[in-house]
Design a protein around this ligand. Structure first.
Ligand code: ATP
Length: 471
């Protein structure tokens, strides 16, 4: 049984992963602090995303833009005029909710109650702030626009060739009407976004992987399980690039241990589509509070670059070397994933209870906040000295826990609960033959290895280049 979202929030608080921001003052709705384990977990997740999507690809590069930028950026993008949700109150539970304009009159509150349509009003989502004495600006509501605003400089400076993408990871802020479900909907959050540019109509040169997933296409009420490749062949997914990127996104979750049965892709209905978009798919996850969006894969054509060209009066066109003509590249999709939502997925995927009713957080070692815990089996100066030397060496690369208090069983349990994949114990045999035991969190199996081999073995185990059973 997976924990409810409230149980997950309580677990994260208890273990020092996440807590309400400013909790000693009662917190502030929609704002969260990542604590000593949460900060490590989040950093690991972001660096795994960046490695997979940016560093490991020839066609990608990345930027890190400012949170506060010229308000003209948000005028050009349409956010100043249109970045609103509909604020509406439920007749039954009396709580406010946010809905999209396309959902007005069609959806009910999460409690099952009808919305009072008379209370519906537009609600501006961008936070405004002061700059200097008289000026104002916005906190960015998404990272994407900075990619468009910097597009030409980056494209030319990094000598990129189409098709190619520019990624950005960082904070975004939205004055959400109803922040809820722990870190699923926050007012301050982080996005990991890609704008992927092509020449208009350029085909995807990459193979679409054979990856099975539940697919909910437009107008259907039931999902079909099929491979993404087949869905493209059957024209359910209309664009090769969308099939390719949906598969990449799913592969990323899978590569970090997620079970793809808990995911589905859902096609947007016609009314949900932005006016510049001809097809859009969401990758969704089956949370205890229902299927919810993790990220969208939409076609944005040259809408954003054209808008920035118009407002900035700068030529943002690039040269087509074959025809020698200048043109605006099209964004064929923009995989845009919330860090907090991804983190919640991995917490749910990892959370398990063993037959002794203990929580074991089976996080992929690459994500685990603590990579290994080192224990002297009993209090003993010689064992402690060896342990400290091992810890010092391993800390050059990883976050390592040194734990010398309590029974060994208790220390294992403590580390299982926070997802530490490996525990290294220094025992009676260590001073004699310079070996230690290493224990695997998921099988509780233990093996003996030489002290001098620990860094290499641990590194391979974390990177998935060596399986514990093959040790
Ligand atoms: P939703 O419909 O859930 O409000 P959205 O369609 O407005 O999301 P996008 O503008 O497409 O979201 O943002 C891209 C991604 O950023 C989302 O898929 C999600 O992962 C993340 N995200 C958006 N809003 C929030 C939020 N308030 N809290 C946490 N993550 C968010």
């Amino acid at each position: 049984m997976k924990p409810s979202i409230d149980e997950m929030a309580a677990f994260c608080k208890r273990k020092g992963i996440i807590d309400k921001s400013g909790e000693i003052y009662g917190g502030l709705a929609g704002f969260w602090d990542f604590l000593f384990l949460g900060a490590e977990l989040k950093q690991n997740l972001k660096s795994e995303w960046w490695n997979f999507h940016v560093r490991q690809r020839q066609d990608m590069t990345g930027i890190d833009g400012a949170i506060i930028t010229s308000p003209d950026v948000w005028k050009a993008s349409g956010h100043v005029a249109n970045f609103n949700d509909v604020f509406i109150i439920c007749k039954k539970c009396k709580k406010p909710s946010k809905i999209d304009k396309s959902e007005l009159g069609k959806v009910k509150c999460d409690c099952g109650g009808e919305f009072n349509l008379d209370t519906a009003k537009d609600f501006e989502l961008m936070f405004k702030t002061n700059v200097g004495e008289k000026d104002y600006a916005y906190l960015r509501p998404e990272t994407a626009q900075l990619i468009f605003a910097n597009f030409k400089t980056v494209f030319e400076g990094a000598r990129m060739k189409l098709p190619c993408g520019i990624a950005q990871m960082g904070k975004a802020f939205r004055n959400e009407i109803a922040p809820r479900n722990f870190i699923f909907r926050c007012r301050e959050f982080e996005q990991m976004e890609i704008e992927y540019f092509i020449k208009p109509k350029q085909k995807c040169p990459y193979e679409i992987p054979e990856l099975e997933i539940k697919i909910l296409s437009e107008g259907e009420t039931k999902e079909k399980k099929m491979s993404i490749k087949q869905a493209f062949k059957d024209k359910i997914i209309k664009k090769d690039w969308h099939a390719y990127w949906l598969a990449q996104e799913l592969l990323w979750f899978k590569s970090l241990g997620a079970d793809t049965n808990n995911f589905r892709i859902r096609q947007h209905d016609k009314e949900e589509l932005a006016h510049y978009s001809s097809d859009c798919w969401d990758l969704e996850y089956n949370f205890p509070f229902g299927w919810k969006e993790l990220e969208g894969v939409a076609d944005r054509s040259d809408y954003d670059l054209a808008q920035h060209e118009k407002f900035s009066k700068k030529n943002l066109k690039v040269l087509d070397e074959e025809t020698n003509e200048r043109f605006l590249p099209h964004v064929i999709c923009e995989p845009s994933l919330g860090v907090e939502r991804a983190l919640l997925v991995f917490l749910y995927e990892a959370y398990t209870i063993n037959d002794k009713e203990n929580i074991i957080l089976k996080l992929n070692p690459k994500l685990a906040p603590v990579k290994a815990a080192v224990f002297p089996i009993v209090k003993n100066q010689e064992y402690e000295k060896i342990s400290e030397d091992i810890v010092k060496e391993l800390r050059k690369r990883y976050n390592i826990e040194y734990d010398k208090s309590g029974s060994v069983g208790r220390r294992y349990a403590r580390n299982d609960e926070i997802g530490t994949p490996f525990c290294i114990t220094i025992d009676e045999q260590t001073p004699k033959d310079k070996t230690v035991t290493i224990r695997d969190r998921d099988t509780t199996e233990q093996k003996r290895i030489a002290i001098h081999e620990i860094p290499t073995i641990l590194d391979k185990l974390i990177q998935g280049e060596l399986l514990f059973k093959d040790l």
